[in-house]
Every structure is written in C-alpha cells, then in structure tokens.
Design a protein around this ligand. Structure first.
Ligand SMILES: CC(C)(COP(=O)(O)OP(=O)(O)OC[C@H]1O[C@@H](n2cnc3c(N)ncnc32)[C@H](O)[C@@H]1OP(=O)(O)O)[C@@H](O)C(=O)NCCC(=O)NCCS
Length: 184
C-alpha cells in the first residue's frame, strides 16, 4: 500500500464529494445533514488558498483545504486575531484548515495524519499560521490534532452550528498550531 499526497485537481471533486457524503451518517461530518450547500462549496472548490488530496495506490481517499477566513462567524477577523495572538503572530498570516476527511474505506491507515502533516508543511512554507475549528463530536480528528501539537484557543458557536442545534450541545473548539521551536 502506497500513500501519496498531491495538490487537488478539479476532476477530483465529484469523487471526493461522494466519499464525503458516504461517511457523513457515521461521523456527523459535515455536521449539517443534509448539507445545505453543494459538496464542491464545502470542499472550497473556488475559494481555497490551497487544497491537497491523499491517494492510496492511485485511489483518491482524502482531502484537506485551507482558506483565509473562518466560515460562519459574524466577526471572523476577531477569531483570526485570537489565534494569532495566542502564538505571537500577525493576524493576516492566519489560514483556516478545513474540509478535512478520509474516505471510510481508507480509515486508520495513516492517510489522515499524512494529509494533515502535508497541509501544515505547505502552510508553514507560505508563512501562514495554521488554525482550525473542531467539534467534540469529531473525536478522531480532535485526538489527531491534540497529539500533533495543536492547542485550544477558545470555543465559539458559529452560525452553521446554531442552525442545526440552536443553543444546545457543545461549542466548537478553535485551535492553533504553534511554530516548532526550531522555526521560532
Ligand atoms: C480525522 C480523520 C481524517 C483521520 O483519518 P485517518 O486516516 O483515519 O487517521 P490516521 O489513520 O492517520 O490516524 C491518525 C490519528 O487520528 C486519530 N484517530 C484516528 N482514528 C481514530 C479513532 N477511531 N478514534 C480515536 N482517534 C482516532 C489518532 O490520534 C490517530 O493516531 P494513532 O493511529 O497514532 O492513534 C478521519 O477519522 C475522518 O475523516 N473523520 C471524519 C471527518 C472529520 O471529523 N474531520 C475533521 C473535522 S474538524
């Protein structure tokens, strides 16, 4: 089995959309069901600063992208500032990792870790500060972030979460990845 990360291509999007929806009933990711937007919008087909896929023996089995502003917040800039301040960096260098998932047929074989690591490396090369949002419901992802050095900054309630559960249930964790000691 060979895992390879490469930049996303437009022709990857239909298969990724199908894989995303296939795993949703078991992971609740995306949290909104049915998803009120096309899967291509969820994957940031048009507005990603960057996007990567992971292939397993040539089969595209996972995706991650990053954007300039957190989605669904009246004041997304405030959130970027909070993350940037937490690591002593300027807010205009923040980028938000999202649309991160691995197809069910490839789970647990290291594809997610490899993809996240590649995204972080790409952001670092671009001089960006990696940030993300994660719900406690998405335990595997949260576990991966905590085990790779991501830190909690705050919790928030984005519009998309309120639209599903109102004020019920937990908020979203906002996390930032501090620079490694050798990068400071
Ligand atoms: C998060 C996700 C991408 C991980 O992909 P994956 O390829 O299965 O993960 P990997 O095999 O690379 O495992 C990496 C780490 O993830 C965590 N992890 C993976 N599966 C897990 C599980 N079932 N329970 C708890 N932690 C898990 C572990 O920390 C694991 O490290 P370890 O193997 O050293 O214990 C995948 O579970 C997924 O697509 N989840 C649904 C979508 C989602 O929640 N996205 C994130 C929203 S912010």
């Amino acid at each position: 089995m060979t895992l390879t990360v490469r930049p996303r291509r437009p022709e990857d999007l239909p298969g990724l959309g199908a894989d995303l929806l296939e795993q949703q009933p078991r992971t609740r990711y995306p949290f909104r069901d049915p998803l009120p937007i096309p899967t291509e919008d969820f994957l940031h087909a048009e507005d990603a600063l960057g996007a990567l896929v992971v292939e397993r023996d040539g089969d595209v089995v996972g995706h991650v992208s990053w954007v300039a502003r957190a989605h669904g917040h009246p004041d997304a800039d405030l959130l970027s500032r909070a993350c940037a301040e937490a690591v002593g960096q300027p807010a205009d260098r923040v980028a938000w990792i999202g649309a991160f998932f691995v197809a069910e047929r490839a789970r647990g074989s290291g594809a997610g870790r490899l993809l996240l690591d590649a995204a972080v490396s790409a952001l670092r090369r671009e001089g960006r500060v990696p940030c993300l949002e994660v719900l406690p419901h998405h335990g595997a992802a949260r576990q991966l972030y905590l085990s790779t050095g991501w830190r909690d900054v705050t919790t928030v309630r984005p519009d998309w979460l309120t639209s599903v559960v109102g004020d019920e249930g937990p908020d979203v964790h906002v996390m930032v990845l501090p620079a490694r000691a050798e990068e400071r």
